[in-house]
Design a binder for this molecule. Structure first.
Ligand code: C2E
Ligand code: CA
Ligand code: CA
Length: 822
């Protein structure tokens, strides 16, 4: 900061410590005797500090002979707002030598009104005539030319420095306001504008317009701006306290009083100077008291650490206002000090704002790189760290993990609780990872964090160094063990299962973004054989791309008539008679060819197209059933239903409509539900099945044995039919295990009052075994492959009594049963 004190003393060394001052409203010529008289009486005054009255003309008479030895060249008055100012020189006998032209340095005059004295020997007296519109302080000084030049330069320099500083502050605060649109920066802006106006007026800017106007208005305007400035500060304080909820309704009214006082200060400008002064001093007093009241009120109520910047700002404002008031009494002498205080004041206020903004910017940039819920580094920060690893070309692997329970837990337990738990769990995990080869995603003084959160439920850690499977296994172990405990809330316990995917740089990706993508692709692979994690594999990607292609092609499949229904017969094993047929969906895509249902049904389920497919299958199957019962009235058509379909309330309605329309017996319709579907989370299966039971259709549990349904569950659901999955049937001849399963299933079914259908019968031996266990119905290539509708109708016609295969193999079967004593 520059120093203003360098300019003191304000007046030159040659300051007039004494002279004569004569109040007189008379023009020069007639006052000559008066001057003589005054000088003769020898009553000297200190001309460096004189208060002159409003509209009263004054003569300042200076005896040049009595002044110091140095050569006096300039006489000046240190008040640029004077309404009238004339300089004269007189000889020994008070005869005027010349009225010194003070127009020579017109612009300098506005800064420091002055005159250059003639150098004639006979000049004895310098006389200054002044008049001012209001009561004012005035100092008169004498100086050498060089000193005077220095004086004006310093004044000008300080003026421009402070004006520049104020403008800069206004620009800074204005920018902050433009960016943040916060009331506090607007208040500060208003304050700075008031202070700048006050400063410019005090330094004589009004003189440039009209000297008479300036002399009349400058004190008034200066005062009013001072009151306004304090008013704005008060408003700011009130606003601040309100934002902290510290003010009550009565205190809120303070704004009204403050506004009233501001208004009074402005109005008083139009009154006599004495009245104006009283009003303004009152206003200033009120503002200072208010400001102090609010300040101490805040101090006593704040629970936070008292902020130094606030204390400093309050102190600076109070001090500066008081100091400015003091200039009223002390005159120009302490204006320099006032300027210093003004600078301190403005700088503290703006610094306080900037420090606060810096905090906001810091917070903002923190929130850009951190997850709000868990305070963990987010994807952006992770990628930044990965980028720096890529730059150094260090080998590293990204391990992404997704605790599956989180999604469920958030919905059931609520965000707050789950976030707390995640924070705890991640803390534990980080502690355990700390001793391993893990990359610190964020390292600063307060935190060092090695786990990043990529999205709501996906987290990542980076393993540095060469890719070693044993090391990855170690990481997987640690992660699994930390999450194994699951989440508990209000005695509800959710067990956690963690999906983990790993990708390596540079093996799988050449950039950080790609590495993250690869990691996500590895994560997306569904665990098949109980693996705990997946390494990125390009084949998986092609597969998943294929899945996307299939999903989009499926949408067209229905409209473009690419689907058809095949029927696979089901036979009574005892009699060889036809029981019915299972409707199986076929899709012939023009480019992809024949897409197997095992491939497209899961895709349809996950992409939501399944509901359209099911509707289509039901409609078709029931239409065909109408034709099939013509040949075999008790023909049962089995339709596969997905777990997702059970959620739909409109499907039973569709059944009722179609059954009515085709006049079909609902008991001849069997809905096949896979065992996993009946265990589908989030669906009240029993309730959903009841809707179908009410209609009268039958329900089968499909793929039985592949899920984990208990006996209790089976009996509760009361399925009409149990279908043993083909995986237990196809090897039944050689596998003791499968034999046990099939026999047990038949026993269970019997005890529950259901009948059993075995699918996947490919030969007569299997058929014989199943028959011996008491399995009622069989389905499989041994009887027939799934057939297009027309072919099936033909087959049905030919096999109405007993199937041809059955007749051929009946004898062998009877033999077999005889041999096996199961
Ligand atoms: P699923 O319900 O278990 O159907 C039986 C599958 O076993 C059928 O395969 C059938 O062709 C096959 N299969 C029958 N007998 C034998 C045999 O002796 N040996 C062998 N190796 N396989 C036999 P498909 O038609 O490929 O169907 C596969 C799966 O697709 C079905 O399994 C079913 O879950 C699903 N699916 C088929 N059509 C539909 C449908 O319309 N809707 C729904 N939601 N799923 C369907
Ligand atoms: Ca089935
Ligand atoms: Ca099956």
């Amino acid at each position: 900061m520059f120093s203003i004190t360098a300019t003191t003393p304000l007046l030159a060394d040659e300051v007039i410590s004494s002279g004569w001052i004569v109040p007189a409203n008379t023009p020069f010529q007639t006052t000559k005797p008066l001057l003589e008289q005054v000088v003769a009486t020898d009553s000297k005054t200190d001309l460096s500090h004189v208060r002159i009255k409003a509209e009263q003309g004054y003569w300042f008479i200076i005896d040049l002979d009595k002044q110091s030895q140095s050569k006096i060249e300039v006489i000046y008055a240190d008040n640029s707002h004077l309404a009238q100012l004339n300089f004269y020189t007189l000889d020994e006998n008070f005869n005027p030598l010349v009225e010194v032209n003070n127009d020579a340095y017109r612009y300098v005059n506005k800064v420091l009104p002055h005159a250059i004295l003639p150098t004639e020997e006979d000049t004895r007296w310098a006389v200054v005539y002044v008049r001012h519109t209001e009561d004012e302080w005035l100092s008169v000084g004498l100086s050498t030319g060089t000193h005077f030049a220095k004086l004006t330069n310093t004044k000008l320099r300080n003026f421009f420095l402070i004006t520049g500083l104020l403008l800069l502050c206004i620009a800074v605060v204005g920018t902050v306001y433009g960016l943040s649109h916060q009331a506090k920066s607007l208040y500060l802006l208003a304050y700075l504008v008031c202070v700048l106006s006050e400063f410019l007026i005090a330094k004589g800017v009004l003189n440039y317009f009209n000297i008479e106007f300036a002399s009349l208005w400058y004190t008034k305007l200066q005062f009013s701006f001072q009151v306004l400035a304090l008013g704005v500060i008060n408003f700011y304080f009130i606003h601040y306290l309100q934002s902290q909820n510290l003010l009550n309704a009565r205190q809120d009214k303070l704004t009204v009083y403050i506004s009233l006082f501001c208004f009074a200060a402005i109005l008083s400008c139009f009154m006599k100077q004495s009245v104006h002064l009283t009003v303004v001093i009152l206003c200033l007093g009120f503002m200072l008291v208010m400001l102090s009241y609010l300040f101490f009120y805040w101090l006593s109520n704040t629970k936070k650490v008292v902020q130094f910047k606030f204390v400093l700002a309050w102190f600076a404002v109070i001090l500066q206002t008081l100091c400015w008031q003091a200039t009223l009494v002390a005159g120009a002498q302490i204006q320099q000090f006032n300027d210093v205080l003004l600078v301190v004041n403005v700088i503290t206020a703006v610094m306080a704002l900037l420090i606060h903004e810096r905090k906001c910017v810091k917070q903002y940039s923190y929130s850009l790189t951190h997850d709000d819920d868990t305070k963990l580094p987010n994807k952006q920060l992770l990628i930044k760290r990965l980028d720096s690893q890529v730059k150094l070309s260090t080998e590293h692997s990204l391990l992404l993990f997704r605790p599956a329970v989180l999604i469920n837990a958030r919905a059931n337990f609520g965000y707050e609780h789950v976030n707390e738990q995640i924070k705890l769990t991640m803390g534990k995990l980080a502690q355990q990872l700390a001793s391993m080869n893990v990359l610190c995603v964020e390292a600063n003084l307060q935190h060092s964090r090695c786990i990043a959160r990529l999205d709501d439920s996906t987290y990542g850690v980076v393993i540095v160094g060469k890719l070693e499977l044993s090391q990855v296994e170690q990481f997987v172990c640690v992660i699994n063990s930390v999450f194994a405990e699951g989440l508990t809330h209000k005695r509800i316990h959710l067990i956690d299962k963690v999906e983990i995917g790993v990708a390596n740089y540079p093996l799988h990706a050449s950039t950080s973004l790609q590495l993250v993508q690869r990691g996500l692709q590895a994560l997306a692979v569904k665990p098949l054989h109980g693996e705990r994690w997946h390494m990125f594999n390009i084949e998986n990607v092609t597969l998943s791309q294929r899945r996307i292609a299939i999903a989009s092609a499926l949408k067209e499949a229905i409209e473009c008539d690419q689907l058809s229904l095949f029927f696979q017969p089901q036979i009574y094993l005892n009699t060889g008679k036809v029981h019915g047929a299972e409707a199986l969906l076929r899709w012939e895509h023009p480019q992809l060819g024949n897409v197997p249902p095992d491939l497209f049904i899961p895709i349809a389920e996950s992409s939501g197209i399944i509901s359209d497919l099911t509707e289509w299958v039901i409609t078709q199957a029931l239409q065909y059933q109408k034709k099939m019962i013509v040949l075999l009235p008790e023909h049962i058509v089995s339709i596969n239903i997905s777990a997702k379909d059970l959620l739909r309330k409109d499907l039973p309605v569709l059944f009722i409509t179609l059954l009515n329309e085709h006049q079909l017996n609902p008991a001849n319709v069997m809905l096949e539900l896979t065992e996993s579907a009946t265990l589908f989370e989030g669906v009240d299966i029993k309730n959903a099945l009841n809707d179908y039971r009410l209609i009268g259709v039958k329900i089968a549990i499909d793929d039985f044995g592949t899920g984990y349904s208990s006996l209790a569950y089976l009996s509760k659901m009361g399925f009409d039919e149990i279908k043993i999955d083909k995986q237990f049937v196809m090897n039944i001849e050689y596998s003791k295990n499968d034999q046990t399963i099939c026999r047990a299933t038949c026993d269970i079914a019997k005890s529950l009052g259901s009948y059993v259908v075995a699918e996947g019968i490919e030969d007569s031996q299997s058929m014989a075994k199943l028959q011996s266990y008491g399995c009622e119905v069989g389905q499989g290539y041994f009887f027939s492959r799934p057939l297009p509708f027309d072919d099936y109708m033909q087959w049905l016609e030919e096999n109405l009594e007993t199937t041809t295969v059955f007749v051929n193999d009946l004898e062998k079967v009877v033999d077999l049963i005889g041999k096996n004593n199961y």
